[in-house]
Design a protein around this ligand. Structure first.
Ligand code: NSS
Length: 446
């Protein structure tokens, strides 16, 4: 007997097969029982006719509870009306582990309850769809850069200094060397990589001890950061828009079924095509003022303001030339108008806001030294970074795309917490770990 997964059923029509998975749902009507099996690759309706089975199998089908692990055997039938297009004319049923009182039922549950049960919630069809889209986005990201001659370079996670300002660092003692910090961004290391390899990208977890309780902030999130030697701000924007178009169009074709499960309005995503509008910061300020916002030049464009500016357009926009004062130390100033940084933020439509932050980097040694002093950063910790300007400095640019914000936008979620398997937020670090609750250590879980 062949053991297969639900996603393979198309190759086995008319044949007898065995599948293993979990009981997603069941119902019965007289002489027929229906079991919906899920195995992570899909869903399959298994039809048990009383006449075709022993009494024992028929009874068993009645007794097992939701999420029991089971093995089913039967003949594969094409059934265009069934989800996935197939059905199983079932004859065998083995219970691997019987489950009862599974806490997540088809009724509505509150979000805190679901987060407490995140380890089980992940089995729900919507969560499975999100995880599959997340995985495909990760692959699209890697394919995009791999196909364009970039080298993946993994930066360290334990770092001796800040990249994105000192206020949001997670600190940890580091042997006799003082404190280390969890990385906020791989960028500074990516810059070293770009000088070695020309085009690199980093892709990994990053950490921000942000005290924001918004739906857009996690304390641990994944970021992909390309960095390219000899690219200026315009090249950087060209790369960002090509990249986003590629990701969204890939998901539209490769994960159409999952977007349907999520009931995502895909017309908005179909618009994600180059060129994206390039909006100067000053223009964004004008838009805000026209919309009755009391916005002062020099303020950062955040949250609600982003939504107002984005709403003027039908696709992502790239806001560039922010005031240098509100941006990171490493950003190059516009040589023709030094009050602006050569920065760009890409704002997603539909109120999702900033998903990419990037810039052309300061490549002049003296200017960079000035910036480090202005930002009160310890020069000694940045000597290696300054070396990149001492030895063959070139114009270079890059950006960071937040993976969870991208997943959240493409899936149409209302909070980042569903875009990552086990979210970490300022008020929640479980499951797993429970170091906030009962003195337990980190660890455990299945
Ligand atoms: O702070 S960023 O705007 N930029 C950087 O970290 C640069 N060093 C990137 C670079 O040029 N290589 O963060 C980049 C993106 C931002 O647009 C968001 O999409 C995401 O990272 N981001 C976050 N996602 C989730 N939660 C939090 N707290 C968060 N902070 C940034």
């Amino acid at each position: 007997m062949q053991k297969i997964r639900i996603s393979d059923l198309g190759n086995f029509v008319g044949q007898e097969v065995t599948l293993q998975g979990w009981l997603f749902n069941k119902r019965s009507s007289g002489k027929i029982k229906f079991i919906i099996l899920r195995d992570g690759s899909g869903y399959l309706q298994c039809v048990y006719f009383k006449g075709n089975l022993t009494e024992e199998v028929f009874d068993k089908a009645d007794k097992i509870g939701q999420e029991s692990s089971i093995e089913v055997t039967g003949k594969v039938k094409a059934e265009p009306r069934a989800p996935g297009g197939f059905e199983l004319d079932a004859t065998g049923l083995t219970v691997i582990s019987d489950a009862h009182d599974y806490p997540i039922t088809p009724k509505d549950h509150g979000i805190e309850f679901l987060l407490d049960n995140r380890h089980l919630w992940l089995r729900s069809s919507k969560q499975v769809a999100i995880m599959k889209i997340r995985h495909r986005i990760v692959k699209a990201i890697r394919d995009f850069f791999d196909e364009r001659g970039f080298t993946l370079m993994d930066p360290p996670i334990l770092t001796p200094s800040a990249c994105e300002g000192t206020s949001t660092l997670f600190e940890t003692p580091y042997f006799d060397l003082g404190n280390a910090y969890l990385t906020q961004s791989g960028q500074l290391y990516a810059e070293a990589g770009a000088m070695a390899l020309g085009k690199v990208y980093t892709f990994g977890p990053t950490f921000r001890a942000e005290k924001s309780k918004t739906r857009r902030h996690l304390t641990e999130f994944w970021m992909v950061e390309p960095e390219v030697a000899f690219n200026d701000l315009n090249d950087n924007m060209d790369l960002a828009e090509e990249f986003l178009e590629y990701i969204v169009q890939t998901i539209l074709t490769e994960r159409a079924d999952e977007l349907k499960v999520l009931e995502r309005d895909i017309t908005k995503l179909q618009n994600v095509k180059r060129p994206f509008p390039r909006v100067h910061y000053d223009e964004a300020v004008e838009i805000l003022k026209k919309n009755g916002i009391d916005f002062k030049w020099g303020d950062d464009i955040t949250g609600a303001d982003e939504t107002i500016v984005s709403a003027q357009y039908d696709r992502p926009i790239m806001v560039h030339h922010y005031p240098a004062e509100i941006k990171a130390f490493y950003m190059k100033r516009d040589p023709n108008a030094p009050k602006y940084a050569l920065a760009v933020d890409v704002l997603a439509p539909e109120g999702y806001g900033e998903i990419i932050g990037g810039s052309q980097r300061e490549d002049n040694l003296d200017f960079l030294l000035e910036r480090i002093k202005e930002h009160n950063l310890p020069q000694s910790a940045f000597e290696w970074y300054l070396d990149l300007r001492r030895f063959g400095s070139v114009p270079h640019s890059g950006f960071g795309l937040g993976l969870e914000r991208t997943v959240s936008w493409i899936c149409g979620l209302d909070h980042l917490r569903e875009a990552i398997p086990f979210p970490r937020m300022i008020y929640r670090n479980t499951p797993w770990g429970g170091w906030g609750g009962g003195g337990g250590g980190v660890g455990g879980g299945p």
